[in-house]
Design a protein around this ligand. Structure first.
Ligand SMILES: *Cc1c(COP(=O)(O)O)cnc(C)c1O
Length: 406
């Protein structure tokens, strides 16, 4: 069998041969095993994973502490419903709250869910409840990504993603990212909250500057609006701090999380300041799988392991190492991002897709995050030797002229 999941040449990527709905395009590789930074496909070919399933497997594949947490909890208790709680969810809620308390200075409360989009749905509902009737509008940035459910999609500042699904839910407004004056100009008494990414991940790995984030905090304070920070991609040490907002010294009212929080096990959460969380009353929100024992056992294991290895410091150090080696490569115009969430910018006229394809063929998993930039998000546990190996692969492809701007 080849490394491809199935032959799409006969039926085409939307044809009957493919068992998946055609929302992702044809799969490039079928992986069967992972360990640390390494992946293997069905044909036995080894890859270095410098994408981590989009900043998810930050502790690497098949991490023993995560495997152990899943296996142990699977043999003990999976689920009991939210008429009750369970020991795993309670422990994880306290660990997560402690983490946010260290970063924000407020104890706060958490709600568990299963994905980033769901975390944002909960935050958007909380903003409406907090604002009250007539004060329901949420402002977000162009270029943002907040998820694929209808409200999260409406918050996502990418009009092309809305267009096929008109009419969108109302109560959403978009302004230029990084422009606090534009945000102020869009305000009126119907606005309850601002939702922002500290680094726009899907938007091309574009970090906000600290001044901008501080201006958003000030504007929200002046108007009594909530500052919601979407840390789904940036959270859990990825940027070199536990959360991206810490770089700017800004304290959000609401934080949404998912991705690396489960290291590949589906789980998400929203945290809010205690007085903000109090806007919710029983019956306002829920999910059958909120705080399910197995997912929350993983959350505790991730937090403990990330604390044990000092994941933020490790991400900062490895990120600096990777960045320094990438900027030295011919063909690289710039490297942007924070910590281990980086984009290699090749400049106008470059072809990031071509580079991505070549890198994959050479055994390096990345992603073409824009037409001219490739995203790198290796595990925080990546070794220096693996960084050298990945940079060598990229250097070889660029030296051969693949994807390079003319
Ligand atoms: C990935 C992502 C989401 C959506 O998360 P899902 O788990 O795919 O629903 C939301 N916000 C940001 C910033 C993301 O990167």
């Amino acid at each position: 069998m080849t490394s491809h999941a199935f032959d799409t040449s006969a039926a085409g990527p939307t044809g009957a041969a493919c068992p998946f709905m055609p929302v992702f395009g044809p799969p490039q590789v079928m992986f069967v095993r992972g360990a640390g930074t390494e992946l293997w496909d069905a044909g036995g070919t080894r890859y270095l994973d410098f994408l981590c399933g989009l900043a998810v497997t930050s502790l690497g594949h098949s991490h023993p502490a995560i495997t152990e947490a899943i296996a142990t909890q699977a043999g003990r208790l999976l689920h009991v419903s939210n008429f009750f709680t369970n020991d795993a969810a309670t422990a994880a809620a306290i660990e997560l709250r402690d983490l946010l308390a260290e970063a924000t200075g407020d104890q706060g409360q958490v709600f568990f869910c299963n994905s980033g989009a769901e975390a944002n749905e909960a935050a958007l509902k909380l903003a409406r409840k907090f604002g009250g009737r007539g004060r329901h509008v949420v402002i977000s940035a162009y270029g943002s990504f907040h998820g694929r459910t209808l409200a999260a999609l409406a918050a996502t500042g990418q009009p092309a993603k809305h267009e096929p699904f008109f009419p969108m839910p109302d109560g959403f407004r978009h302004v230029a990212y990084g422009d606090a004056a534009a945000l102020e100009a869009a305000l009126d008494p119907s606005v309850s909250a601002v939702i922002i990414e500290t680094v726009q991940g899907e938007g091309g790995v574009v970090p906000a500057d600290a001044e901008y984030l501080r201006a958003l905090r000030r504007i929200c304070d002046e108007r009594g609006m909530l500052l919601i920070v979407d840390e789904v991609q940036t959270g859990f040490a990825r940027t070199g701090r536990w959360f991206g907002f810490e770089h700017a010294g800004v304290r959000p009212d609401v934080v949404t999380m998912a991705k690396a929080m489960g290291n590949g096990f589906p789980v998400g959460a929203v945290w809010a300041r205690t007085d903000v969380a109090a806007a919710f009353v029983p019956g306002d929100h829920g999910s059958t799988y909120s705080g399910t024992a197995i997912a929350t056992a993983v959350v505790s294991a991730v937090i403990r392991e990330m604390r044990r290895i000092d994941a933020p410091a490790l991400a900062a150090a490895k990120g600096a190492m990777l960045r320094e080696r990438l900027v030295a490569l011919p063909g690289v115009r710039a490297v942007r991002g924070q910590g281990l969430l980086l984009a290699v910018e090749l400049g106008d006229g470059a072809d990031a897709k071509a580079l991505y394809t070549e890198l994959l063929a050479r055994g390096l998993v990345t992603n073409a995050v824009t037409a001219t930039a490739v995203r790198l998000a290796p595990p925080i546990t990546v070794s220096e030797a693996e960084i050298d190996e990945a940079v060598a692969i990229i250097g070889t492809a660029l030296a051969a002229g693949v994807g390079v701007a003319p």
